[in-house]
Design a protein around this ligand. Structure first.
Ligand SMILES: Cc1cc2nc3c(=O)[nH]c(=O)nc-3n(C[C@H](O)[C@H](O)[C@H](O)COP(=O)(O)O)c2cc1C
Length: 414
């Protein structure tokens, strides 16, 4: 359970997306968190308080009869993190100015300086792009507040644009990072850094209805892209076919085959500062793909002629410019350490992240992973099994140390 025993105050404010808040609270409770909820008066137009009370103690007013006295100070001290989801434009502005006029604002304004605050704004695009909102978001980021950017899609007003509440998984990922790293320090921030991540499998077509592929879910690469985004980096995610929602706040490039992935990566690699090659690229593709569906003829065998696909990691390594950092990934089933060392030295990576199907919590479709990081400088770090988002934070900490060796790792392994 990702949040076992963690004490979280969830704020719900006056965005239409407040109707999704009970699902979020339920998910946190299911993942082991000890949750308390604070709701603004406007939010009660969009969500029935009874739905929230079903899962956690819930306060709606500044003077709740069931919690007399300075309950907000007690709740703020109790919390290990506060998450406001959805966070309205009004609450963003009030947080920037410090106006404790609702229950969520009261707790947020009483949070100790060391307690992380995570916001998931949701509003119409016009409100999200309004200079007042843009200014509030910038100010809050400077104060170390974690902000999950809203997603692109259909909005309650009927228009299409940026403003939707991100998927719960995305919000919970940032909350995990906040619990690991605490209030965002300037040391952690990657503002202006360009990060290119590949993710997912590739598909190599046999004919219009069949393909060669692998079991990669894309979760590790998506988690890494979101982790880099949350540090302020400009992230490009080149993804093979996955069932995952597009992460908000990153440039997303969808590809299918290894050849398409190679082209998309090479087009963008030169401008990247950090390259994380997470995708499970299929190594062999059919030499030719039939334009029409192949039919069986009789009961005999069928011979498939395969050719190797482009080695994206090796090509990127050869074209590397000074200062560019390259992280390779190795998923192995045997001879793990030898394969990872070969990838590190023969392909010229700065770091190789190794995981093995033989290690406990690991692998393609799992939400969890067990990783080891091998560095060109000679160290090997083995991490305990954790969610892919936490693994992503550890990998970025290793990258951060390469960028500025004095920076240290920041977070603690919990
Ligand atoms: C129908 C309706 C829908 C609204 N939807 C949103 C929304 O999605 N996001 C937002 O930031 N504000 C939205 N608002 C405006 C807020 O509810 C309003 O600014 C309120 O003061 C927010 O207060 P609070 O942040 O304390 O809850 C909406 C208002 C109305 C009338």
């Amino acid at each position: 359970m990702r949040f076992a025993g963690r004490r979280i105050v969830v704020g719900v404010t006056g965005s239409i997306a407040a109707y999704k808040a009970p699902l979020l609270v339920r998910e946190l409770v299911r993942e082991g968190a000890d949750v308390r909820v604070v709701v603004s008066p406007t939010a009660t137009h969009f969500v029935a308080p009874g739905a929230l009370r079903t899962f956690a103690p819930t306060v709606l007013e500044l003077f709740p009869a069931e919690f007399p006295g300075t309950w907000h100070i007690e709740w703020a001290r109790w919390a290990e993190a506060m998450l406001i989801a959805p966070c309205s434009a009004a609450t963003l502005g009030k947080l920037a100015a410090g106006i404790p006029d609702t229950a969520p604002m009261l707790v947020a304004c009483a949070l100790p300086a060391t307690t992380p605050l995570v916001l998931a704004p949701a509003m119409d695009s016009e409100m999200w792009e309004h200079p007042a909102t843009v200014g509030a978001v910038a100010q809050l980021r400077r104060r170390g507040v974690w902000i999950v950017p809203p997603a692109y899609g259909e909005l309650a007003s009927g228009s299409v644009g940026v403003g939707r509440l991100p998927e719960l998984e995305s919000i919970l990922g940032t909350l995990e990072a906040a619990l690991l790293l605490g209030v965002q320090q300037p040391l952690h921030r990657w503002d202006g850094l360009r990060v290119l991540v590949t993710a997912g499998p590739t598909r190599e077509r046999l004919d219009p209805v069949r393909f060669l592929s692998n079991f990669s879910s894309g979760r590790m690469g998506y988690a890494l892209a979101e982790a880099a985004r949350d540090r302020g980096a400009e992230v490009v995610l080149v993804s093979g076919p996955t069932a995952l929602p597009q992460p908000p706040g990153v440039e997303f490039v969808r590809v299918e085959s290894a050849r398409e992935m190679a082209a998309a990566v090479l087009e963008r690699a030169d401008t990247a500062d950090v390259l994380c090659m997470v995708a499970a690229v299929v190594d062999f593709a059919p030499r030719s793909s039939s334009p029409t569906k192949l039919h069986k003829s009789g009961q005999g065998t069928m011979l498939l002629e395969l050719e190797t696909t482009p080695d994206i990691l090796a090509t990127v390594a050869q074209r590397r410019r000074p200062g560019q950092l390259l992280v390779g990934f190795a998923l192995e089933t045997d001879s793990e350490w030898g394969s990872a060392q070969r990838k590190l030295h023969e392909k010229g990576c700065d770091l190789v992240v190794l995981n093995s199907l033989r290690w406990g919590a690991a692998g393609f479709e799992s939400r969890f992973n067990t990783i080891a990081v091998l560095s060109r400088q000679g160290y090997v770090r083995m991490f305990p099994p954790r969610s892919k988002r936490v693994c992503a934070e550890w990998i970025l900490q290793c990258v951060q140390e390469l960028r500025s060796p004095d920076a240290g790792s920041g977070g603690q392994a919990r």
